[in-house]
Ligand binder design. Structure first.
Ligand code: FAD
Length: 356
Protein backbone atom coordinates (compact mmCIF):
# COMPACT_ATOMS: atom_id res chain seq x y z
CA UNK A 1 0.00 0.00 0.00
CA UNK A 2 2.90 2.40 0.56
CA UNK A 3 3.91 4.42 -2.50
CA UNK A 4 7.00 3.63 -4.48
CA UNK A 5 9.50 6.05 -3.03
CA UNK A 6 13.06 5.50 -4.24
CA UNK A 7 15.43 4.68 -1.37
CA UNK A 8 17.86 7.44 -2.43
CA UNK A 9 15.06 10.02 -2.22
CA UNK A 10 14.70 9.66 1.54
CA UNK A 11 17.17 11.00 4.03
CA UNK A 12 17.56 11.49 7.73
CA UNK A 13 19.48 13.82 10.00
CA UNK A 14 23.10 14.76 9.33
CA UNK A 15 25.49 17.40 10.73
CA UNK A 16 25.77 19.41 7.50
CA UNK A 17 22.86 21.72 6.69
CA UNK A 18 20.96 20.72 3.58
CA UNK A 19 20.90 23.69 1.18
CA UNK A 20 18.19 23.87 -1.44
CA UNK A 21 15.86 26.29 -3.24
CA UNK A 22 12.60 25.48 -1.49
CA UNK A 23 11.85 23.66 1.74
CA UNK A 24 8.35 22.23 1.53
CA UNK A 25 6.67 21.41 4.83
CA UNK A 26 4.15 18.67 4.11
CA UNK A 27 4.31 15.96 1.45
CA UNK A 28 0.56 15.86 0.82
CA UNK A 29 -0.83 16.36 -2.71
CA UNK A 30 -0.10 20.11 -2.57
CA UNK A 31 3.52 19.63 -1.47
CA UNK A 32 4.07 16.94 -4.11
CA UNK A 33 2.69 19.10 -6.93
CA UNK A 34 4.89 21.97 -5.73
CA UNK A 35 7.92 19.82 -6.62
CA UNK A 36 6.65 19.62 -10.21
CA UNK A 37 5.81 23.30 -10.61
CA UNK A 38 9.09 24.36 -8.98
CA UNK A 39 10.99 21.88 -11.13
CA UNK A 40 9.60 23.40 -14.33
CA UNK A 41 11.14 26.71 -13.21
CA UNK A 42 14.49 25.03 -12.46
CA UNK A 43 14.07 24.99 -8.67
CA UNK A 44 14.87 22.05 -6.34
CA UNK A 45 12.71 21.01 -3.38
CA UNK A 46 13.29 19.15 -0.13
CA UNK A 47 10.13 17.97 1.64
CA UNK A 48 9.64 17.36 5.35
CA UNK A 49 6.75 15.29 6.68
CA UNK A 50 5.79 13.82 9.99
CA UNK A 51 4.40 10.74 8.33
CA UNK A 52 6.49 7.80 7.14
CA UNK A 53 5.22 8.19 3.58
CA UNK A 54 4.18 10.94 1.15
CA UNK A 55 0.54 11.60 0.26
CA UNK A 56 -0.83 13.48 3.30
CA UNK A 57 -4.55 12.94 3.92
CA UNK A 58 -4.97 11.03 0.62
CA UNK A 59 -2.49 8.32 1.62
CA UNK A 60 -3.21 8.33 5.35
CA UNK A 61 -6.97 8.77 5.58
CA UNK A 62 -8.46 7.43 2.35
CA UNK A 63 -5.89 5.50 0.24
CA UNK A 64 -8.54 3.15 -1.25
CA UNK A 65 -11.42 5.63 -1.65
CA UNK A 66 -12.08 7.02 -5.13
CA UNK A 67 -11.76 10.77 -5.74
CA UNK A 68 -13.94 12.10 -8.58
CA UNK A 69 -13.00 15.78 -8.85
CA UNK A 70 -9.37 15.80 -9.99
CA UNK A 71 -9.34 17.58 -13.39
CA UNK A 72 -9.04 15.11 -16.30
CA UNK A 73 -8.91 12.11 -13.94
CA UNK A 74 -12.53 10.95 -13.76
CA UNK A 75 -11.72 8.57 -10.92
CA UNK A 76 -8.62 7.69 -8.90
CA UNK A 77 -8.02 6.54 -5.34
CA UNK A 78 -6.09 8.56 -2.76
CA UNK A 79 -3.12 6.23 -3.20
CA UNK A 80 -3.27 6.32 -7.00
CA UNK A 81 -3.26 10.11 -6.93
CA UNK A 82 -0.23 10.05 -4.62
CA UNK A 83 1.62 7.58 -6.84
CA UNK A 84 0.85 9.67 -9.95
CA UNK A 85 2.07 12.85 -8.26
CA UNK A 86 5.29 11.09 -7.24
CA UNK A 87 5.75 9.88 -10.81
CA UNK A 88 5.14 13.37 -12.18
CA UNK A 89 7.66 14.87 -9.71
CA UNK A 90 10.32 12.21 -10.40
CA UNK A 91 12.27 14.19 -13.09
CA UNK A 92 12.92 16.87 -10.47
CA UNK A 93 14.45 14.47 -7.90
CA UNK A 94 12.72 15.67 -4.74
CA UNK A 95 14.31 14.64 -1.45
CA UNK A 96 12.08 13.50 1.38
CA UNK A 97 12.78 13.90 5.10
CA UNK A 98 10.06 11.69 6.51
CA UNK A 99 9.14 10.72 10.07
CA UNK A 100 10.12 14.15 11.33
CA UNK A 101 8.28 17.31 12.25
CA UNK A 102 9.28 20.78 11.05
CA UNK A 103 9.99 22.41 14.38
CA UNK A 104 12.22 25.51 14.55
CA UNK A 105 12.39 28.22 11.90
CA UNK A 106 14.86 31.12 12.01
CA UNK A 107 15.93 33.77 9.54
CA UNK A 108 19.67 33.78 8.78
CA UNK A 109 21.80 36.90 8.25
CA UNK A 110 21.76 36.38 4.46
CA UNK A 111 17.93 36.48 4.49
CA UNK A 112 17.56 32.72 3.94
CA UNK A 113 15.52 30.53 6.29
CA UNK A 114 16.85 27.73 8.46
CA UNK A 115 14.53 24.92 9.47
CA UNK A 116 15.39 22.33 12.12
CA UNK A 117 13.30 19.18 12.38
CA UNK A 118 12.39 17.08 15.40
CA UNK A 119 15.26 14.67 14.69
CA UNK A 120 17.81 17.41 14.09
CA UNK A 121 17.89 17.65 10.29
CA UNK A 122 18.94 21.20 9.39
CA UNK A 123 17.73 22.65 6.08
CA UNK A 124 18.42 26.08 4.62
CA UNK A 125 16.71 27.83 1.70
CA UNK A 126 15.52 31.23 0.51
CA UNK A 127 11.94 29.93 0.39
CA UNK A 128 9.74 28.00 2.82
CA UNK A 129 6.51 26.52 1.52
CA UNK A 130 4.06 25.56 4.24
CA UNK A 131 1.84 22.87 2.67
CA UNK A 132 0.90 21.45 6.05
CA UNK A 133 -2.79 20.63 5.49
CA UNK A 134 -4.65 20.56 8.78
CA UNK A 135 -1.34 20.27 10.63
CA UNK A 136 0.95 17.38 11.49
CA UNK A 137 -0.37 13.89 11.80
CA UNK A 138 0.89 12.96 15.27
CA UNK A 139 0.40 9.71 17.17
CA UNK A 140 -2.07 9.50 20.01
CA UNK A 141 0.05 8.93 23.09
CA UNK A 142 -0.40 6.49 25.94
CA UNK A 143 -2.54 8.47 28.41
CA UNK A 144 -0.51 7.65 31.54
CA UNK A 145 1.41 10.19 33.66
CA UNK A 146 4.57 8.04 33.72
CA UNK A 147 4.54 7.48 29.92
CA UNK A 148 6.69 10.53 29.07
CA UNK A 149 9.59 9.15 31.15
CA UNK A 150 9.76 6.07 28.91
CA UNK A 151 9.17 7.75 25.52
CA UNK A 152 12.03 7.39 23.08
CA UNK A 153 13.79 4.70 25.14
CA UNK A 154 11.26 1.97 25.92
CA UNK A 155 7.99 3.40 24.65
CA UNK A 156 7.63 4.16 20.92
CA UNK A 157 4.82 5.30 18.63
CA UNK A 158 6.59 4.55 15.34
CA UNK A 159 9.35 2.32 14.00
CA UNK A 160 12.23 4.23 12.44
CA UNK A 161 14.77 1.40 12.36
CA UNK A 162 13.78 -2.24 12.76
CA UNK A 163 17.22 -3.09 14.15
CA UNK A 164 16.42 -1.00 17.21
CA UNK A 165 13.98 -3.77 18.22
CA UNK A 166 16.32 -6.73 17.81
CA UNK A 167 16.39 -8.96 20.92
CA UNK A 168 13.78 -6.80 22.66
CA UNK A 169 10.95 -8.22 24.74
CA UNK A 170 8.26 -6.45 22.80
CA UNK A 171 4.65 -5.59 23.64
CA UNK A 172 2.69 -4.10 20.73
CA UNK A 173 -0.51 -2.23 21.62
CA UNK A 174 -3.36 -1.67 19.13
CA UNK A 175 -5.61 -3.53 16.72
CA UNK A 176 -5.16 -1.73 13.39
CA UNK A 177 -2.85 -2.27 10.43
CA UNK A 178 0.18 -0.54 11.97
CA UNK A 179 0.02 -2.65 15.14
CA UNK A 180 -0.38 -5.96 13.30
CA UNK A 181 2.10 -5.15 10.51
CA UNK A 182 4.86 -4.20 12.95
CA UNK A 183 4.11 -7.16 15.24
CA UNK A 184 4.52 -9.52 12.26
CA UNK A 185 7.64 -7.74 10.98
CA UNK A 186 9.41 -7.50 14.32
CA UNK A 187 8.46 -10.87 15.83
CA UNK A 188 11.26 -12.75 13.97
CA UNK A 189 13.99 -10.45 15.37
CA UNK A 190 12.53 -9.75 18.82
CA UNK A 191 13.42 -11.94 21.81
CA UNK A 192 9.70 -12.19 22.58
CA UNK A 193 6.60 -10.55 21.14
CA UNK A 194 3.09 -9.99 22.44
CA UNK A 195 0.03 -8.02 21.39
CA UNK A 196 -2.47 -6.23 23.61
CA UNK A 197 -5.78 -4.97 22.27
CA UNK A 198 -9.04 -3.96 23.93
CA UNK A 199 -11.12 -6.75 22.39
CA UNK A 200 -10.93 -9.82 20.21
CA UNK A 201 -11.80 -7.87 17.04
CA UNK A 202 -9.17 -6.27 14.84
CA UNK A 203 -9.45 -3.48 12.25
CA UNK A 204 -6.27 -4.71 10.52
CA UNK A 205 -6.31 -6.53 7.16
CA UNK A 206 -7.80 -10.06 7.57
CA UNK A 207 -4.62 -11.62 6.20
CA UNK A 208 -2.51 -9.99 8.95
CA UNK A 209 -5.00 -11.05 11.61
CA UNK A 210 -4.83 -14.63 10.35
CA UNK A 211 -1.01 -14.62 10.46
CA UNK A 212 -1.04 -13.17 13.97
CA UNK A 213 -3.49 -15.85 15.19
CA UNK A 214 -1.30 -18.58 13.67
CA UNK A 215 1.72 -17.26 15.61
CA UNK A 216 -0.37 -17.11 18.79
CA UNK A 217 -1.53 -20.72 18.23
CA UNK A 218 2.12 -21.76 17.73
CA UNK A 219 3.11 -20.10 21.01
CA UNK A 220 5.35 -17.56 19.27
CA UNK A 221 3.27 -14.48 20.09
CA UNK A 222 1.35 -13.65 23.27
CA UNK A 223 -2.15 -12.19 22.96
CA UNK A 224 -3.80 -10.14 25.72
CA UNK A 225 -7.15 -8.38 25.83
CA UNK A 226 -7.13 -5.21 27.88
CA UNK A 227 -5.45 -1.82 28.18
CA UNK A 228 -2.08 -0.73 29.49
CA UNK A 229 -2.78 0.63 32.99
CA UNK A 230 0.72 1.14 34.42
CA UNK A 231 4.34 1.11 33.26
CA UNK A 232 7.00 -0.24 35.64
CA UNK A 233 10.72 0.51 35.49
CA UNK A 234 13.18 3.31 36.16
CA UNK A 235 15.43 5.75 34.26
CA UNK A 236 13.43 5.20 31.09
CA UNK A 237 14.09 1.43 31.21
CA UNK A 238 10.85 -0.52 31.16
CA UNK A 239 10.61 -3.81 33.07
CA UNK A 240 6.91 -4.70 32.92
CA UNK A 241 3.45 -3.31 32.34
CA UNK A 242 0.21 -3.84 34.20
CA UNK A 243 -2.77 -4.52 31.96
CA UNK A 244 -6.34 -3.76 33.01
CA UNK A 245 -8.00 -6.87 31.56
CA UNK A 246 -11.10 -6.41 29.41
CA UNK A 247 -13.07 -8.98 31.43
CA UNK A 248 -11.94 -7.37 34.73
CA UNK A 249 -8.88 -7.78 36.93
CA UNK A 250 -5.24 -7.07 36.20
CA UNK A 251 -2.33 -8.90 34.64
CA UNK A 252 1.40 -8.14 34.61
CA UNK A 253 3.33 -8.65 31.39
CA UNK A 254 7.13 -8.57 31.46
CA UNK A 255 8.59 -6.58 28.58
CA UNK A 256 11.29 -3.99 27.95
CA UNK A 257 9.69 -2.24 24.96
CA UNK A 258 6.17 -1.04 24.17
CA UNK A 259 5.16 -0.04 20.66
CA UNK A 260 1.79 1.72 20.87
CA UNK A 261 -0.41 2.34 17.80
CA UNK A 262 -3.54 4.18 18.89
CA UNK A 263 -4.07 6.09 15.64
CA UNK A 264 -3.12 9.59 14.61
CA UNK A 265 -4.53 13.02 15.35
CA UNK A 266 -3.82 16.29 13.60
CA UNK A 267 -2.40 19.36 15.32
CA UNK A 268 -0.91 22.63 14.06
CA UNK A 269 2.11 22.07 16.32
CA UNK A 270 5.23 24.24 16.07
CA UNK A 271 3.95 26.22 13.05
CA UNK A 272 1.71 28.14 15.44
CA UNK A 273 4.75 29.85 17.01
CA UNK A 274 6.45 31.01 13.81
CA UNK A 275 4.92 34.49 13.85
CA UNK A 276 2.71 33.85 10.81
CA UNK A 277 -0.59 35.64 10.44
CA UNK A 278 -3.09 33.06 11.70
CA UNK A 279 -6.87 32.98 11.50
CA UNK A 280 -8.57 30.05 13.24
CA UNK A 281 -5.43 27.89 12.94
CA UNK A 282 -5.07 28.67 9.22
CA UNK A 283 -2.42 30.88 7.64
CA UNK A 284 -3.63 34.05 5.94
CA UNK A 285 -2.17 34.64 2.47
CA UNK A 286 -2.65 36.93 -0.52
CA UNK A 287 -4.19 35.35 -3.61
CA UNK A 288 -1.57 36.61 -6.04
CA UNK A 289 1.36 34.62 -4.69
CA UNK A 290 0.05 32.89 -1.52
CA UNK A 291 2.75 34.58 0.52
CA UNK A 292 2.35 34.91 4.28
CA UNK A 293 3.09 37.91 6.48
CA UNK A 294 6.78 36.81 6.40
CA UNK A 295 8.62 37.45 3.10
CA UNK A 296 9.82 34.20 1.54
CA UNK A 297 7.34 32.05 3.48
CA UNK A 298 4.39 30.84 1.44
CA UNK A 299 1.35 28.81 2.54
CA UNK A 300 -0.69 26.70 0.12
CA UNK A 301 -3.25 23.87 0.22
CA UNK A 302 -5.59 23.22 3.15
CA UNK A 303 -3.42 25.19 5.62
CA UNK A 304 -3.97 28.57 3.92
CA UNK A 305 -6.97 30.86 4.03
CA UNK A 306 -8.21 33.76 1.90
CA UNK A 307 -11.66 34.97 0.86
CA UNK A 308 -13.38 32.20 -1.10
CA UNK A 309 -10.85 29.45 -0.25
CA UNK A 310 -12.05 25.90 -1.01
CA UNK A 311 -10.28 23.03 0.76
CA UNK A 312 -9.95 20.92 -2.36
CA UNK A 313 -6.95 19.21 -3.90
CA UNK A 314 -7.35 21.19 -7.12
CA UNK A 315 -7.13 24.48 -5.18
CA UNK A 316 -3.77 23.35 -3.75
CA UNK A 317 -2.50 22.62 -7.26
CA UNK A 318 -3.48 26.08 -8.53
CA UNK A 319 -1.94 27.75 -5.48
CA UNK A 320 1.32 25.81 -5.99
CA UNK A 321 1.63 27.04 -9.61
CA UNK A 322 1.12 30.70 -8.74
CA UNK A 323 3.26 30.54 -5.61
CA UNK A 324 6.26 29.18 -7.56
CA UNK A 325 6.25 32.26 -9.84
CA UNK A 326 6.96 34.51 -6.84
CA UNK A 327 9.23 31.98 -5.12
CA UNK A 328 11.44 32.03 -8.22
CA UNK A 329 12.19 35.72 -7.54
CA UNK A 330 13.66 34.80 -4.11
CA UNK A 331 15.61 31.81 -5.45
CA UNK A 332 16.93 33.32 -8.70
CA UNK A 333 16.75 37.12 -8.25
CA UNK A 334 19.11 37.63 -11.20
CA UNK A 335 16.94 35.63 -13.66
CA UNK A 336 13.91 36.88 -15.57
CA UNK A 337 11.13 34.30 -15.54
CA UNK A 338 9.85 33.44 -19.02
CA UNK A 339 6.38 31.93 -19.34
CA UNK A 340 6.52 28.61 -21.26
CA UNK A 341 4.14 25.78 -22.20
CA UNK A 342 5.19 22.17 -21.47
CA UNK A 343 3.84 21.15 -24.90
CA UNK A 344 6.17 23.35 -26.90
CA UNK A 345 9.17 24.48 -24.83
CA UNK A 346 12.45 22.69 -25.56
CA UNK A 347 13.83 24.09 -22.29
CA UNK A 348 10.99 22.46 -20.32
CA UNK A 349 11.39 19.22 -22.28
CA UNK A 350 15.04 19.12 -21.18
CA UNK A 351 14.03 19.66 -17.54
CA UNK A 352 11.38 16.97 -17.84
CA UNK A 353 13.89 14.60 -19.42
CA UNK A 354 11.73 14.14 -22.54
CA UNK A 355 13.91 16.07 -25.02
CA UNK A 356 15.06 14.15 -28.14
P1 FAD B 1 -2.52 17.29 3.57
O1 FAD B 1 -3.01 16.28 2.62
O2 FAD B 1 -3.22 17.41 4.89
O3 FAD B 1 -0.97 17.03 3.83
C1 FAD B 1 -0.27 17.83 4.75
C2 FAD B 1 0.95 17.06 5.25
O4 FAD B 1 1.74 17.95 6.03
C3 FAD B 1 0.60 15.90 6.17
O5 FAD B 1 1.19 14.72 5.66
C4 FAD B 1 1.19 16.30 7.54
O6 FAD B 1 1.73 15.19 8.25
C5 FAD B 1 2.30 17.26 7.12
N1 FAD B 1 2.66 18.23 8.16
C6 FAD B 1 1.89 19.18 8.73
N2 FAD B 1 2.59 19.92 9.61
C7 FAD B 1 3.85 19.42 9.60
C8 FAD B 1 5.04 19.73 10.29
N3 FAD B 1 5.11 20.73 11.19
N4 FAD B 1 6.13 18.98 10.05
C9 FAD B 1 6.10 17.96 9.15
N5 FAD B 1 4.99 17.62 8.46
C10 FAD B 1 3.89 18.34 8.68
N6 FAD B 1 -10.45 16.75 -1.63
C11 FAD B 1 -10.83 16.77 -2.95
O7 FAD B 1 -10.41 17.65 -3.71
N7 FAD B 1 -11.67 15.80 -3.41
C12 FAD B 1 -12.15 14.77 -2.64
O8 FAD B 1 -12.94 13.94 -3.10
C13 FAD B 1 -11.73 14.72 -1.28
N8 FAD B 1 -12.15 13.72 -0.44
C14 FAD B 1 -11.71 13.69 0.85
C15 FAD B 1 -12.11 12.63 1.68
C16 FAD B 1 -11.71 12.59 3.01
C17 FAD B 1 -12.15 11.43 3.87
C18 FAD B 1 -10.87 13.62 3.51
C19 FAD B 1 -10.39 13.57 4.95
C20 FAD B 1 -10.45 14.67 2.70
C21 FAD B 1 -10.87 14.72 1.37
N9 FAD B 1 -10.49 15.76 0.52
C22 FAD B 1 -10.86 15.76 -0.80
C23 FAD B 1 -9.63 16.86 1.01
C24 FAD B 1 -8.19 16.67 0.57
O9 FAD B 1 -7.70 15.43 1.05
C25 FAD B 1 -7.34 17.83 1.07
O10 FAD B 1 -7.84 19.02 0.50
C26 FAD B 1 -5.89 17.63 0.67
O11 FAD B 1 -5.35 16.46 1.23
C27 FAD B 1 -5.06 18.82 1.13
O12 FAD B 1 -3.75 18.60 0.71
P2 FAD B 1 -2.52 19.30 1.43
O13 FAD B 1 -1.30 18.79 0.73
O14 FAD B 1 -2.77 20.75 1.49
O15 FAD B 1 -2.56 18.77 2.94
Amino acid sequence: MSPTLPEEATSTSSDEPVRTDMIVIGAGPTGLFTVFEAGLLGLRCHLVDNLDKPGGQCAELYPDKPIYDIPALPRCTGQELTDNLLEQARPFAPEFHLNQQAERLTRLDDGHWQLVTSIGTVLEAPVIVVAAGAGSFVPRRLPLPEAEGFEGTSLHYAVRKMEHFRDRRLLVAGGGDSALDWLLNLQPIARSAALVHRRDEFRAAPDSVEKMRALVAAGQVGLHFGQIAKLHGSDGRLEAVTLGKTGGGEETVECDTVLAFFGLKMELGPLASWGLNLERNLIKVDTEAFETSQPGIFAIGDICTYPGKLKLILSGFHEAALMCQKAHKYCRPEQKLVFRYTTSSTELHKRLGVAD
